[in-house]
Ligand binder design. Structure first.
Ligand SMILES: C[S@@+](CC[C@H](N)C(=O)[O-])C[C@H]1O[C@@H](n2cnc3c(N)ncnc32)[C@H](O)[C@@H]1O
Length: 213
């Protein structure tokens, strides 16, 4: 993650005790999450793994509230998990969201590290390395059948790790580059999204859908 992304993540940790900020984020992200719910067809029968929930897991809270799905919120930083649990309790969704410590490359939603297998994964903008995470889900047996990934705008690709899509790899090759910006791109199979939705967010303009079945 670049300096901008690190600053945003650090602010989330610093201001974790501010319920008003959780509320502000929740309002801002409502339409983003609603579009992602529609994109992946998430409903109350789904179990959703939110990779990179952060200390203020507003995406996980919105996924639970707006779709009725059971949500597992994952973060690889143990120090944020306690705060995440507290903020979810404040938001009134502690019963619908279970926070788990782990890395998105290891906890692949096949039921090995979680109480049950997940049908959907929603990957945060700040989660990395995205190519490896997406590749693990694409190969996993019994993992999520739908993977939603927030893709940074190209001007923010140094701050937030993008997925190497087939289109991005092609553009990069035309420009004489060897990769589309990922740290792991040398062994990445470019992914072709099965769908996408656009957003008006400053740092990310689209969420991509990958179907694994
Ligand atoms: C700052 S949060 C932002 C998410 C935001 N709160 C939301 O609800 O959409 C992003 C989190 O992703 C976590 N993260 C980054 N890479 C990860 C990975 N591979 N596995 C799990 N968590 C990851 C970071 O520790 C960070 O806390």
């Amino acid at each position: 993650m670049g300096r901008f992304g690190e600053t945003v993540a650090a602010l989330e940790k610093v201001f974790t005790d501010a319920p008003w900020l959780f509320e502000v984020y929740t309002r801002i992200y409502r339409s983003v999450v609603d579009r992602e719910i529609e994109l992946a067809g998430i409903d109350a029968n789904d179990r959703v793994l939110n990779v990179g929930c952060g200390a203020m897991p507003f995406t996980a809270a919105l996924l639970a509230k707006r779709s009725g799905a059971t949500v597992y919120a994952l973060d690889n930083d143990p120090s944020v998990v306690r705060e995440a649990r507290r903020n979810l309790a404040r938001a009134g969704v502690a019963d619908d969201v279970e926070v788990v410590v782990g890395d998105g490359r290891e906890v692949i939603g096949d039921g090995t590290h979680l109480p049950e297998p997940c049908s959907v994964a929603v990957v945060a903008l700040q989660a990395e390395p995205k190519d490896e995470i997406v590749e693990r889900y694409r190969r996993a047996q019994g993992g999520p059948s739908r993977v939603v990934v927030r893709q940074p705008r190209s001007v923010f690709s140094a701050d937030y790790d993008p997925v190497t899509t087939a289109q991005a790899a092609q553009d990069s090759a035309h420009d004489g580059g060897s990769s589309a910006g990922s740290t792991t791109s040398s062994r990445v199979i470019p992914a072709v999204p099965d769908g996408s939705v656009s957003h008006w967010m400053v740092t990310f303009g689209r969420s991509l859908l990958f179907r694994t079945d």
